[in-house]
Design a protein around this ligand. Structure first.
Ligand code: BGC
Length: 252
């Protein structure tokens, strides 16, 4: 019988979160556990923290040790290697990260970029269900992550947070962390977002933008201020999207 539950773990710039997911409904069926991302984001420290998190999940549920595990990560992930490091230690660049996680966790994992996992979650259980054409999901958090989904198929590692716009790396100006760091008002932050989405719109002519990340729960503060032509909607799963997408892919 096909597995109906899987574990998703989302490694982010500030926290590492995990839970057991019901793959039929996309709902969390365990408490969401969270540990802080270790300062500096170095490989050994993140690996240790992830081992602790999985142990917590395993201890809390007798089914957990037998479930498939998906891990999503804030970097380009290609053939198991992490190829970039914007908000984590540069030591990740070129590392066989998937293999390292598997060795440390003692389990096979499915390993994917965090925004791509969030895109898969919205595609299967959220705002992108049944949407044809090009959907671009962006996550606004510590950085800006992006997922490109064309006719229901993910094109991985799009990295639209690092477009150079007006001489800046886009996420340095428009991520939610920039709003916090510079204490911007919603209006001032929305101006930067508007510029960002206008550039992405001009380059890719998407059919739908989905805005994820925890800040998307305040979408009414900034989405109405954007002057783009493309429909733009908040993500359904916000902070849990990475967990859901990673778990869903792990089960395949
Ligand atoms: C990274 C992406 C990641 C995004 C969100 C960016 O800085 O380059 O790989 O998806 O942050 O975590």
């Amino acid at each position: 019988m096909a597995t109906t539950h899987a574990i998703g773990i989302d490694i982010g710039g500030t926290g590492i979160k995990g839970a057991i997911v019901d793959l039929a409904t996309g709902e969390l069926v365990s408490d969401r556990r969270k540990v802080a991302t270790p300062e500096g984001g170095r490989p050994a420290d993140i690996l240790d923290a992830t081992v602790d998190l999985l142990a917590e999940l395993d201890d809390a549920d007798s089914e957990a040790p037998r479930l498939p595990v998906g891990v999503c990560f804030p970097a380009v992930v290609k053939r198991g290697l992490t190829l970039s490091a914007a908000n984590i230690s540069k030591e990740w660049i070129g590392l066989p990260a998937e293999q390292k996680f598997e060795e440390e966790l003692g389990r096979d994992i499915h390993f994917i970029n965090d925004a791509d996992a969030a895109g898969v979650a919205e595609l299967r259980y959220g705002a992108a269900v049944g949407t044809e054409g090009l959907v671009i999901l962006t996550t606004l958090g510590t950085g800006i992550g992006s997922a490109f989904i064309y006719d229901g198929v993910l094109v991985p590692n799009s990295e639209l947070g690092h477009l150079e716009i007006d001489g800046h790396d886009a996420e340095d100006r428009a991520a939610y962390s920039a709003m916090e760091r510079e204490e911007l008002s919603w209006t001032d932050w929305a101006k930067r977002l508007d510029r960002y989405y206008q550039v992405v719109e001009a380059l890719f002519s998407p059919d739908l933008f989905i805005v994820g990340g925890g800040v998307s729960k305040h979408h009414e503060q900034f989405l109405p201020l954007l002057q783009i032509d493309t429909p733009i909607v908040p993500a359904v799963h916000r902070n849990n999207a990475g967990i859901l997408g990673a778990a869903s892919l792990a089960s395949e």
